[in-house]
Design a protein around this ligand. Structure first.
Ligand SMILES: Nc1ncnc2c1ncn2[C@@H]1O[C@H](COP(=O)(O)OP(=O)(O)OP(=O)(O)O)[C@@H](O)[C@H]1O
Ligand SMILES: [Mg+2]
Length: 225
């Protein structure tokens, strides 16, 4: 049993993360990485994308709130050199802003097609909140999330969705639909702001239920308190 679980997982390569989720993210599952502003969603997702591409996976990273160039620049500042991976065809960065005005379903189909074209094994959508904001009603949001979930699942694409939480907000319906929810939280420790990480759920995984400390730069890491 243990061996099958290991084979089916995509290693994140993030220091401290794989060991608390039984070796990595279950392939073909939809993983939500939620958190408030500046809690490290993009930094964590970029690290996973980079590590996976370096390890030989083909990765598609769709960015909405930041342009592709801005994302490349910030990644470089974190020590993640994406340009060479793009040249080698291991990583494709898609600027979702460029698809603005299209139907939501078209955006998602474009991403799925791009992932299939590049024989991609990992798709990151940063952020799904930006897409959901285009929905006018709760019903539309639910229908859209359902269709995103089922199309990604049927293509067996391992996906990381980032989800933005405003201060104090609870995770919305996207958290109930996805296979896993990882939460990044900023919190006050006296006069200092710190960030912690917890796995709220991960279907099929005996994951840690503890809060872990997040270390930003020079190497992003998750560690014990
Ligand atoms: N080069 C760097 N060196 C050290 N820390 C950095 C570096 N780049 C970013 N950070 C840290 O990461 C934080 C931003 O993280 P990130 O952009 O991943 O947040 P986010 O959760 O995606 O936010 P948003 O909701 O705005 O998209 C910064 O506020 C800073 O604390
Ligand atoms: Mg971000």
């Amino acid at each position: 049993m243990k061996e099958v679980a290991t084979l089916d997982r995509l290693k994140t390569g993030v220091v401290g993360l794989d060991e608390i989720i039984e070796g990595g993210l279950i392939r073909g599952d939809i993983h939500l990485l939620a958190g408030g502003p500046g809690s490290g969603k993009t930094v964590l997702a970029a690290n996973v994308a980079y590590n996976a591409a370096i390890a030989g996976e083909n990765v598609v990273y769709a960015t909405f709130e930041e342009s592709a160039d801005y994302f490349r620049r910030n990644a470089k500042l974190l020590g993640l050199e994406l340009a060479s991976l793009e040249k080698e065809g291991k990583l494709a960065i898609i600027d979702l802003e460029a698809l603005k005005g299209q139907q939501l379903e078209t955006n998602v189909s474009t991403l799925i097609q791009a992932t299939k074209d590049s024989k991609g094994s990992l798709l990151v959508i940063d952020s799904v909140t930006a897409l959901l904001l285009a929905c006018e009603t709760q019903f539309e949001m639910r229908t859209f999330m359902k269709s995103v979930y089922s199309s990604l699942k049927s293509e067996h694409i391992t996906t990381i969705l980032t989800g933005s939480l405003t201060n104090g907000a609870k995770i919305g319906l996207e958290g109930f639909m996805t296979d896993s929810v990882m939460l990044l939280e900023n919190w006050e420790d006296g006069v200092q702001m710190k960030t912690r990480f917890v796995v709220l759920k991960m279907r099929g995984t005996n994951h840690s239920r503890k809060y872990h400390s997040v270390v930003f730069g020079p190497k992003f890491a998750i560690s014990r308190f």
